[in-house]
Design a protein around this ligand. Structure first.
Ligand SMILES: Cc1cc2nc3c(=O)[nH]c(=O)nc-3n(C[C@H](O)[C@H](O)[C@H](O)COP(=O)(O)OP(=O)(O)OC[C@H]3O[C@@H](n4cnc5c(N)ncnc54)[C@H](O)[C@@H]3O)c2cc1C
Length: 396
């Protein structure tokens, strides 16, 4: 297996770099690189810039508006975006619900939703988890009862990322309580503006409003919003989760954060010398760098098998990728010591130009460290991924 990039790949990389240099707004780049919080408008602005170029959905088939890139080109795109510091294209529409609509939706659903997702005309969120139904997702209790041309939905979703901005939510709902739990689930698209939908914020450790509880109280959902067949939603849900876990390795972003960490460690002094010259600290940085290089090669090996559906190896990428993101944030805080203590929400939200403590690089890092605790939980917790690896890869 040749893991080197070809001349065509390098030419593609140069094309992507030029596009990013010419089109990434400086204020967005500054926020991303500086670990500041992004507003809804930031995500939408960047998505629309990329959509105009025809690159917003790299993995989509050309017939739906994808750019026709192969897996290596998609990887280069992700890598370059992370290097430049672009806001992410949020996965809920492009990478989660869209592949399900393409694979299992009807023609009317494809014609209506896919162009709107591509252009970020609708903001989507994911309604899978419920209180008591996270790892054991199939035990979910939100019900949808057929009533003529509608379903009547009742129940609660939780941890709904950025649901406060959403126009649409894709939901797993129970349509048949009398059968084995996996066999009574359906996949429903729900308009967040429907009467009976209530969104309540959950404020996280870093005081950010990133996730929500979503309540459904006799919400009327047209039957044409059902994807595929009633009670086959578990199959569609699993199809979607495979897509969710592949992007979660975040190698490009970690490479950018590694450079940031090294810069911090060059700036910080210990015994009159840069912290990066301290053998104990340098060894920790080197250890992460080696882990990250190994992960990148593992990602490339997975990409090399691009014609196979994302399998259990996605779980390896998720576990290692999230651990590395957390280790990097831990080392940033360690490098700064007491300078990492300030917590300045106004600065994080872009409401104040001056960071508490006067150190713009350091001020967001405590919040960043706490925010990244989530990476080993969302997308299926790392313990659950390890169970998948044990059973499906190691055959234990
Ligand atoms: C920041 C954030 C954003 C999220 N965004 C969304 C979203 O947009 N939409 C959505 O639907 N969900 C979302 N989630 C929910 C996420 O998918 C769940 O939190 C996750 O699946 C774990 O479920 P749980 O929280 O119910 O924990 P539980 O399932 O109750 O697990 C609690 C602990 O027990 C461990 N555990 C459970 N079962 C086993 C087992 N069999 N073997 C070993 N250990 C086990 C888990 O690993 C965990 O440590 C988000 C979560 C977070 C933190």
């Amino acid at each position: 297996m040749d893991l080197n990039y070809s001349a065509e790949d390098e030419a593609f990389r140069a094309q992507v770099r030029t596009f990013l240099a010419e089109n990434l707004p400086a204020d967005l780049q500054e926020k991303v690189r500086g670990h500041l919080r992004l507003a809804k408008e930031d995500y939408v602005r960047w998505h629309k810039i990329v959509a105009k170029q025809g690159w917003a959905a790299p993995a989509w088939p050309a017939e739906y508006g994808g750019p026709g890139w192969n897996a290596v080109q998609r990887h280069i795109w992700e890598d370059e975006c992370a290097r430049a510091g672009t806001p992410p294209i949020l996965p809920f529409g492009v990478n989660m619900v869209a592949p399900v609509i393409m694979a299992f939706g009807n023609e009317a659903q494809k014609a209506h939703y896919l162009p709107r997702i591509l252009n970020c005309d609708d903001w989507w969120c994911q309604g899978y988890s419920e209180p008591g139904s996270g790892s054991d997702l199939a035990s979910l209790k939100t019900t949808a009862v057929r009533d003529g041309e509608h379903y009547i939905v009742n129940g609660q979703k939780t941890w709904t990322t950025l649901g406060q901005h959403a126009d649409m939510i894709f939901c797993l709902v129970r349509t048949d309580p009398s059968v084995r739990k996996q066999e009574g689930i359906s996949f429903l698209l729900i308009d967040m503006k429907s009467p009976g939908v209530t969104v309540r914020p959950i404020i996280m450790l870093d005081e950010e409003h990133e996730v929500n509880e979503v309540f459904f109280d006799n919400v009327k959902v047209p039957v044409q919003n059902l994807i595929g067949q009633e009670n086959k939603g578990w199959t569609y849900a699993k199809y979607l989760l495979g897509h969710e876990r592949t992007g979660i390795a975040a190698v490009g972003r970690s490479k950018r954060e590694l450079l940031f960490l090294k810069r911090l460690a060059l700036r910080q002094q210990k015994d009159g010398k840069p912290l990066l010259d301290d053998p104990a600290f340098a060894a920790k940085v080197a250890n992460i760098e080696i882990e990250l290089m190994a992960l990148e090669v593992t990602v490339l090996r997975t990409i090399a098998q691009e014609h196979q559906a994302p399998g259990p190896q996605a779980s390896v990428l998720k576990v290692r990728g999230s651990e590395i993101q957390q280790m990097l944030a831990e080392l940033m805080v360690e490098a700064l010591g007491p300078a990492a203590l300030p917590f300045d929400p106004a600065y994080l939200e872009g409401e104040s130009e001056h960071a508490a403590g006067g150190d713009a690089e350091a001020a967001p890092l405590a919040a960043y460290y706490f925010n990244l605790r989530k990476t080993s939980i969302y997308g299926g917790s790392n313990e659950i991924q390890k169970n998948i690896i044990a059973q499906m890869i190691l055959g234990l």
